[in-house]
Design a protein around this ligand. Structure first.
Ligand SMILES: Nc1ncnc2c1ncn2[C@@H]1O[C@H](COP(=O)(O)OP(=O)(O)OP(=O)(O)O)[C@@H](O)[C@H]1O
Length: 386
């Protein structure tokens, strides 16, 4: 390799996957009525990172993953891996799935029941892009099985493994293909909740240990937040937001993201204008609310519409009644329900026609029927334009 080509490859290899302007329509229009199952999708999966496609059923996660794998061809857009073009709709370039530097772990694990554990694991070594022969194959497969805790079961039939063990075998087999990118389509969804939580930690630690990039599909927001460096929230074939998990929760860009990630109070806005301290002053059904945060970063577009968004744990609650006059961003209300959850109280508080959910420290003497004042601290209250 010449020096200049080496330099180019080193620079381009920064992203394991780069997707630009991907669009795909199926012959029948999607149920949501959109012409496209995925519509102008662009994102990157940097080397060694764990990136998750998250969204409700039918939003286009699997279609995106299948396009990356090469199992579907998009009608527009481009896919690069490690700087090499895998797909380009304009030039009709399409690298076959088996020639892409990927390994896929499907929901059903894709384990072959007629093969022993070791032969399942060794499959990509015998048949993959970098084929090998001889005793080295068994040795390498055994080493990988050791890493996932299955070496003692190497000569069992694959069907004699539990669900969690089959999932580990699927992962071992994928890693033995020496992929640049692991594509994982809801790989934990067939397992019970406890095992799922354990295996997702294992999955993350394998991905880090092997330094492989991962593109993961799930509709489970807690799984996405727990596992990912970056989460891509999808809705009706489009990307709503790409961000780190904590940013998605603290700074949702839209009411869809706020509602999908955790729970949120969303009050429709009748009018929005510039408020004191650079904030946004809104008119809502609970009254005027000043928001110090916005979902669009610096650029705020004032219009009739949008939402005030506040998380239940950011709603301050104090006892109301005589002498408790509400101040700015404060509203009088009545406790409609109070649910004790050990460490906290989940309250539904009615102010006028609006029900506000608050999550507050347990121990406060707040009961249904009690008069309260709620406070929406502007610093943790956002104005979302959509
Ligand atoms: N083979 C197909 N033919 C026609 N329409 C399809 C096909 N596959 C998917 N779709 C449609 O494309 C849209 C996106 O589907 P996709 O499977 O990508 O969603 P998803 O987010 O993975 O959903 P889920 O979480 O339910 O698997 C949906 O409206 C779906 O009905």
């Amino acid at each position: 390799m010449t020096e200049s080509k080496g330099k180019v490859m080193a620079r381009e290899a920064k992203n394991s996957i780069t997707i630009s302007g991907l669009r795909k329509s199926y012959e029948q229009p999607s149920k949501a009525g959109s012409a496209y199952a995925i519509d102008d999708i662009s994102f990157e999966v940097p080397q060694g990172q764990f990136v998750t496609l998250l969204g409700p059923s039918g939003c286009g996660k699997t279609t995106t993953l299948r396009c990356v794998a090469g199992l579907e061809q998009a009608s527009e857009g481009r896919i690069e891996m490690g700087g090499e073009v895998m797909f380009d709709a304009r030039t009709k370039q399409h690298v076959r799935p088996e020639d892409r530097p990927i390994a896929m772990v499907p929901q059903s694990y894709g384990i072959w029941p007629h093969m022993r554990v070791i032969d399942n694991a060794a499959f990509p070594l015998r048949h993959g892009r970098n084929r090998r022969k001889g005793p080295e194959v068994r040795q390498r497969a055994l080493e990988m099985l050791e890493q996932v805790g299955l070496a003692a079961m190497a000569d069992r039939w694959a069907t004699q493994l539990s669900g969690g063990q089959q999932q580990r075998l699927a992962l071992a087999r994928a890693l033995l293909g020496d992929p640049q990118v692991l594509l994982l389509d809801e790989p934990l969804s067939n397992l019970d909740a406890k095992l799922r939580a354990k295996l997702r930690q294992e999955l993350r630690s394998f991905q880090e240990r092997f330094g492989v990039a991962a593109l993961y599909v799930t509709h489970d927001q807690s799984e996405a937040l727990a596992l990912s460096d970056t989460v891509i929230v999808m809705n009706q074939g489009r990307i709503e937001q790409i961000d780190r998990p904590e940013r998605l929760y603290d700074h949702p860009r839209s009411s869809f993201v706020a509602d999908f990630i955790g729970s949120a109070n969303l009050f429709p806005v009748r009018d929005a204008s510039s408020g004191p301290g650079g904030g946004v002053l809104t008119k809502t059904d609970i009254g005027p609310v000043l928001c110090a945060r916005t979902g669009q970063g610096e650029e705020v577009r004032y219009h009739d519409g949008g939402f005030v968004c506040v998380r239940p744990e950011d709603v301050g609650v104090r006892t109301g009644g005589t002498g408790a006059t509400p101040g700015d961003n404060e509203f009088a209300g009545v406790v409609e329900s109070a649910e004790y959850l050990g460490d906290r109280l989940e309250l539904v508080i009615r102010t006028g026609d609006v029900a506000v959910t608050a999550s507050t420290r347990a121990g406060q003497n707040l009961r249904p029927g009690g008069e309260v004042v709620i406070r929406l601290d502007p610093a943790s209250t956002s104005y979302l334009a959509s």
